[in-house]
Write a protein that binds this ligand. Structure first.
Ligand code: NAD
Length: 286
């Protein structure tokens, strides 16, 4: 049978999560996605109405099939963690079983097991604020949504991952170099995510024979990136300064993800892999 992948963080056809889903589907994987609860309705409606059909096209001409869309809010591990105002919020009350623990249980009931876990989500409410002006609440929210969410997902999905499987997340160079504008604790969150990649690779490798890697991706004009405010500038900066002077395509990150979770990468774990046209290697803007 083909491999089964759960991809957390797909809510439209613009981001890295979508491109990863497509690359995995093209390689024959069965695709399940986890979609942020507030974005669920519009995503499912758009899917149903064929709005994504053009971008669902795979290289062989067929359309990517998303077998099931799970509502997910990766900031909450179990129902007891959900505050009253969120519980009663109209958008949340319309869905159920969207905490991490419940999603893993539902996937287990639906399919028994998965082979591939992808974390392609991040959120930092104060991302537009410099770190020096970031509140404790904003900083911790960034870490919760963007770093711990991965620990929690792997923690809850590992028991249903088949040995030999693999997991990946998406990170950004702001973890290791100062990128003015990527604020609100998001740079800290990515540093945590990369460090956790190494520790989780050890633990999940020993516990479940699962590989854990992260892709440090170059700038892409996704919905999340547009919210940060300077993405066009970053894309232009990369185009001018990177060794490869070309647009960075989401599909290039998707293809790397497909490689990293495949047997071709069977000895790669705990790594941060750059997919950025080489920009990370430069020390001087020219
Ligand atoms: P995106 O908007 O396609 O993906 C982010 C997703 O996270 C959205 O679908 C959003 O609904 C979801 N999300 C937010 N909070 C959530 C929560 N609490 N629970 C569940 N889902 C939640 O944007 P993207 O840029 O493709 O982001 C995907 C990943 O790539 C992120 O980790 C991001 O930091 C990383 N990344 C992006 C860039 C870039 O330039 N776009 C560069 C490097 C790394």
């Amino acid at each position: 049978r083909g491999k089964r992948a759960f991809i957390a963080g797909v809510a439209d056809d613009n981001g890295y999560g979508w491109a990863i889903a497509k690359a995995l589907a093209a390689a024959g994987a069965e695709i399940l996605v986890g979609t942020w609860v507030p974005a669920l309705n519009i995503f499912e409606t758009s899917l149903r109405r064929g709005k994504f059909d053009e971008s669902r096209k795979l290289p062989d001409g067929s359309l990517m099939d998303i077998v099931k869309v799970y509502p997910l809010d990766a900031v909450y591990d179990c129902p007891e963690d959900v505050p009253e105002d969120v519980k009663s919020n109209k958008r949340y009350a319309g869905s159920s079983n969207w905490t991490v623990k419940e999603v893993a249980e539902t996937v287990k009931n639906d399919f028994g097991s998965i082979d591939i876990l992808v974390h392609s989500l991040a959120n930092g409410p104060e991302v537009t604020k410099p770190l020096l002006e970031t509140s404790r609440r904003g900083y911790l929210a960034a870490i919760s949504a963007s770093s711990y969410s991965y620990v929690s997902l792997l923690q809850h999905f590992l028991p249903i991952m088949n040995p030999g499987g693999a997991s990946i997340s998406l990170t950004y160079i702001a973890s290791e170099r100062a990128i003015p504008g990527y604020g609100g604790g998001m740079s800290s969150a990515k540093a945590a995510l990369e460090s956790d990649t190494r520790v989780l690779a050890f633990e999940a490798g020993r516990k479940g024979k699962i590989r854990v890697n992260t892709i440090s991706a170059g700038p892409l004009g996704s919905r999340a990136a547009k919210a940060i405010g300077f993405i066009e500038k970053m894309i232009e900066y990369s185009y001018v300064n990177a060794p490869l002077q070309k647009e960075l395509l989401a599909d290039e990150v998707g293809n790397t993800a497909a490689f990293l979770v495949s047997p071709l990468a069977s000895a790669i774990t705990g790594s941060t892999v750059y997919v950025d046209n080489g920009l990370n290697t430069m020390g001087l803007a020219v």
